[in-house]
Design a protein around this ligand. Structure first.
Ligand SMILES: C[S@@+](CC[C@H](N)C(=O)[O-])C[C@H]1O[C@@H](n2cnc3c(N)ncnc32)[C@H](O)[C@@H]1O
Length: 327
C-alpha cells in the first residue's frame, strides 16, 4: 500500500500518486453549486467497464438478494429508492421480486445500461413502470420533487460501496451529513435507509481489501492496488487502482488480453464512526442494525468495543451493511 501524508497547506499532486486535488473541487465556482462539488468518477472508461468489473450479475445478487428481499418484505416495504443504481443491478433484482423501484444516479454514463434494460424488458409491467433519473445525493429531495416524485419512500438503498465516493472536503464531513439528511428526508416515517461501505477498518490496518467480496468477484479482475492519503494525520482518502484483463476483440480465443486500468477514490468510513454519523442524522433512538456482509449481525457490545473477540481492524468482513429507521 502507498501511504501519503499532507497537511492542509499542501495540495500539489504527488508524483503518480494520489493528491488532495482528487477530492477538492477544481473550479471555485463549483463551491456555490452543491451538485457540482462532487466529480463524476464514472465518466468515460469506468462506466464502460463496470459490467465487467461486476462479473456475473446472477452470481453477484445471489450473495444477498434473499436477505435483502426478506428484510424489505418483513417490514412491509414496497416502494424503494435506489440512490446509487449504477447499471441498475440491485434495482433490477428488486423489480424481479415485485417491488416498485425508483432508481437514481449522478452519472448519466452509468445510467445508460439501466435505461437499455428498461427498454429491452418494457413488455414486463414492472420494467415499464421503472423510474430511472439522474439526481445527486447532495440535492436529492429537491431533485426528486422537481421531477415530480413523492418523497415518502419505504426504503432507500445505497449499496456496493457507493456512499464512500462522497469525499470530506472540509473537516466535519459536511457533504456526507447533507447526503444522509437527504436520504432521511425522502423516507416516510417508519422507512429505512440501508447503506453499506467496505471494511475500511481492516483496509487501513492491513493496507489491502479483505479477500472475500460479496459484490465484485469478476474473473476479469487482475489486481487492485490500494493507496492512502492522510491529511493532518487523519485518513482522508483511499484510492483503489483496478486492473482488469479483458479478451482482445476478435482474438479472445487465442487468449490475447487487453489490460484496462482505472482509479476510484473513497472516503474511509470506519464502522463505529459511520454508526455515529447515521445516529447523528436519524437520532440516537432510531432503530439501528448493522450486519457483516448481509449475513451476520454485529452485536451492540461489539460495536461498543465491549467484546474483546471482535476487532473491526482484524475482522475479515468485506462490507458492513447498516440499516436505520426514520422515526
Ligand atoms: C460503486 S458504484 C455502485 C453502483 C451499483 N450500486 C453497484 O453496486 O454496482 C457507485 C455509484 O454511485 C454513484 N454516485 C456517486 N456519487 C453520487 C452522488 N453524489 N449522487 C448520486 N450518485 C452518486 C456513481 O455514479 C456510481 O454509479
Amino acid at each position: 500500500m502507498k501511504v501519503m501524508h499532507l497537511n492542509n497547506s499542501q495540495n500539489s499532486s504527488l508524483h503518480n500518486n494520489i493528491s488532495i486535488n482528487d477530492i477538492r473541487p477544481t473550479s471555485p465556482a463549483s463551491t456555490n453549486a452543491p451538485h457540482k462539488i462532487v466529480m463524476d468518477q464514472y465518466e468515460g472508461e469506468v462506466s464502460k467497464f463496470w459490467d465487467l468489473y461486476i462479473g456475473s450479475r446472477t452470481e453477484r445478487v445471489k450473495n444477498y438478494s434473499d436477505t435483502l428481499v426478506t428484510t424489505l418484505r418483513q417490514k412491509g416495504y414496497h416502494r424503494i429508492l435506489d440512490v446509487a443504481c449504477g447499471n441498475g443491478i440491485d434495482s433490477i433484482m428488486l423489480l424481479e421480486n415485485g417491488f416498485d423501484v425508483v432508481s437514481i444516479d449522478a452519472s448519466d454514463k452509468m445510467l445508460k445500461p439501466a435505461l437499455k434494460t428498461r427498454w429491452s424488458r418494457r413488455k414486463e409491467n414492472a420494467f415499464d413502470n421503472w423510474a430511472i433519473e439522474e439526481a445527486n445525493w447532495l440535492t436529492l429531495k429537491d431533485d426528486l420533487e422537481n421531477l415530480g416524485y413523492e418523497t415518502n419512500f419505504d426504503a432507500v438503498i445505497c449499496l456496493g460501496n457507493s456512499f464512500a465516493h462522497l469525499p470530506d472536503l472540509g473537516n466535519h464531513q459536511e457533504e456526507q451529513r447533507t447526503a444522509l439528511k437527504n436520504f432521511r428526508d425522502v423516507l416516510r416515517p417508519g422507512g429505512s435507509l440501508i447503506i453499506d461501505h467496505r471494511n475500511y477498518d481492516y483496509i487501513l490496518k492491513s493496507g489491502k481489501c479483505p479477500c472475500r467480496n460479496i459484490y465484485y468477484n469478476s474473473k476479469n479482475i487482475k489486481d487492485i492496488t490500494t493507496s492512502l492519503l492522510y491529511v493532518n494525520f487523519i485518513p482522508k482518502m483511499i484510492a483503489l487502482d483496478y486492473d482488469l484483463e479483458i479478451p482482445k476483440p476478435g482474438k479472445g480465443q487465442n487468449g490475447e488480453q487487453n489490460l484496462i486500468s482505472f482509479r476510484l477514490t473513497y472516503y474511509p468510513h470506519l464502522l463505529r464512526a459511520f454508526t455515529k454519523l447515521l445516529q447523528d442524522t436519524f437520532g440516537e433512538n432510531a432503530k439501528y442494525e448493522v450486519s457483516s456482509d448481509f449475513n451476520k449481525q454485529i452485536m451492540a457490545d461489539q460495536l461498543e468495543g465491549k467484546d474483546p473477540s471482535f476487532n473491526p481492524e482484524t475482522n475479515d468482513t468485506a462490507f458492513y451493511i447498516h440499516s436505520i429507521e426514520k422515526n
